[in-house]
Design a protein around this ligand. Structure first.
Ligand code: P6P
Length: 336
């Protein structure tokens, strides 16, 4: 018997509108932002897909606020998002990993109620070797008075997010997002130029198969972190060994663990006492997606989403993925 595997063809725009209709008071502004993000993602996908041909590989010989050499595609992705988002009248400000200060909406454009925080091209050091990279985004609602966004509007805990997600430019281009009503994945059909619903209502397995951690930092970890990684690898005999998979591109590692189950860990270490990954536009959005998919995300003690930010580019340790595996981290890192 042939199993009916056909699914209706649902574009992301149609899905967003259908989700909006479920909320009587919805104005359509959030739907508009999400559709604009999907457009920016298609534009970036085009650039990433042809990177080797368009001579945009290699460094732009500039450094970003993180002190990291910016790749040309970093800059292109950043500018693509800003130009796609700044005139829709839905945002009051933006914050980007690639830009030190808050990005205002130009005076010539109307503003709106949302702040967009994003990492335009995460994992960009992998670009030249064709390893998957990604875009990560987070949306919060303006809290300050006046039309123009302030830094304080961006410095809200992850629990204040109204939407979050990521795009992974891998063997296919996928956009995965949540508005607090489950996690949904869309795959770009390059011939249609449309994101089509391919992964409705994603749930992360309770127990993970994969461990994603950069073990080259082992000598810089605390004894508690070393014990945790030993546990995950089955070396203390208390659980089966997890398969180590580490791409070095957070979106790629997170996405595999979201679908297959696993934990991504980037502990604080002697070299990076606050961890490496940024709270506002990497950890918060992925933590929102992960929790909505039934997983968990902590900084070693408490929920990532409950951290009160104090700076746009602040970093945090992170343990994110399957709930049972993250719970092991919480136990071992708080009880030592
Ligand atoms: P490391 C990429 O530069 C990134 O910000 C994340 O995408 C990735 O998970 C992490 O850094 C990799 O860092 O120190 O293991 O190379």
């Amino acid at each position: 018997m042939v199993r009916n595997t056909s699914t209706s063809v649902v574009t992301i725009e149609r899905f967003i509108i259908e989700q909006e209709r479920r909320h009587a008071g919805a104005s359509g502004t959030l739907s508009g932002v999400l559709s604009d993000i999907a457009l920016a993602a298609k534009m970036i996908a085009n650039k990433v897909r042809s990177a080797g041909l368009a001579d945009v590989l290699g460094s732009a010989d500039q450094e970003n606020v993180q002190g990291e050499t910016q790749q040309k595609l970093d800059i292109i992705a950043n500018d693509t998002i800003v130009k796609a988002m700044d005139h829709g009248g839905r945002l009051c400000a933006m914050a980007s990993e690639e830009v030190e200060e808050l990005i205002p909406i130009p005076d010539k454009f109307r503003t709106g109620p949302y702040v967009l925080l994003f990492d335009p091209l995460d994992g960009s050091s992998n670009i030249d070797v064709n390893v998957p990279v990604g875009t990560i985004f987070s949306l919060v609602t303006k809290t300050s008075a006046g039309q123009r966004g302030q830094v304080s509007d961006a410095l809200q805990p992850g629990t204040a997010q109204v939407a979050a997600g990521y795009v992974i430019y891998g063997s296919s281009t996928m956009l995965v997002y949540t508005t607090g009503h489950g996690v949904h994945g869309f795959t770009l059909d390059p011939l249609l130029g449309e994101f089509l619903l391919s992964h409705p209502d994603i749930k992360i397995p309770e127990h993970g198969r994969y461990l994603s951690v950069n073990e080259s930092y082992e000598q810089h970890w605390t004894p508690q972190v070393r014990s945790l990684i030993q546990r995950y690898r089955g070396l203390d005999g208390k659980r089966a060994a997890m398969n180590v998979r580490y791409v070095g591109s957070m979106v790629a590692d997170f996405h595999r663990n979201l679908l297959g189950g696993g934990v991504f860990a980037y502990p604080a270490n002697a070299k990076s006492p606050q961890g490496k990954l940024r709270l506002l536009y990497e950890c918060n959005p992925l933590a929102f997606v992960c929790e909505q998919a039934g997983g968990a995300a902590i900084d070693g003690r408490g929920r990532i989403l409950e951290i009160q930010p104090t700076a746009l580019h602040q970093r945090t340790p992170i343990y994110i993925g399957s709930r049972a595996d993250v719970e092991i981290a919480r136990e071992l890192l708080t009880n030592g």
